[in-house]
Structure formats: structure tokens, C-alpha cells
Design a protein around this ligand. Sequence first.
Ligand SMILES: [Zn+2]
Length: 146
Amino acid sequence: MPDAAASWPSLASVVPSGTPAAVVVVVVVFAVALGASIGSFLAVVIERVPRGETLGGRSHCACGRELTWRENLPLVSWPLQRGRARCCGAAIPAWYLVLEVCCALVVLGAVLAPGPWWLGPLGGVVVLVALGAAGVAGSGARRGRL
Ligand SMILES: [Zn+2]
């Protein structure tokens, strides 16, 4: 029986031969940015849906102030602000960053997955929907709403 880790192909084996390195870098950066953005959106869904809030409107701090674009960059803003809001110093939960990192890895894995072209993206969508649903259920349960 083959070792599961050994059966996962290397990056070089999933990229068509002759693909310029710059294209590979762009695809990886795009996949990570897309995944992190999906994670950021899922955090909004997880926070707002159990409260019965709309998903529309700009992101805001717990104190009510709308976030600037620099305070709203997935993977970047949390570490730059050291997990604290600039306006009032309120703690920004670390799970926001963890969710963005996880979703970035899911999308990157989906893009680089071996097998038929549709299998990786399909698996990625299933994992992301499951993450969002689990997050909403967990957040709602924490608030006693679900
Ligand atoms: Zn604030």
C-alpha cells in the first residue's frame, strides 16, 4: 500500500512542463489571495448571520466605526495591527486570521490538486462551505441562537 504523503505530487509534477515560473508564482499568489478573501467573507458570515444582520454594508469595528481598506486586508491587517483595532484597541479575534490562512490553503490545495481538473475545485468548495456552515453553527451556539 503506498504512503499517502508519497502519493501527493510535487509542484513540478502538477504544473505543465514549460510553464514559466512567473506564471506559477502569479497562480499561487492569486489562489492564496482568493482563498484569504473567501476566508474574510466567511468571517463576516459567521459573525453576522447568527445575529440576524445583513451581509451588506462595510465591515466595522465592535465600536461601530467603519474599517478602512487598510484595516480590512485579509492575512495582512491582523498581524500589522497586532490583533487590535486601531480606533478603540478592541481585540480582533485570532480566529479571523486562522480562518483566512485555512481558506487560503484550501484554495491553493484545490488549484494544485492532482486528478481531474474539476476535482480539486469541487473539493475546495465542499470544504469552504463546510467551514462556513460549521462556523455559523458554532457562532450561533455560542450566542445561544441555534
Ligand atoms: Zn473600534
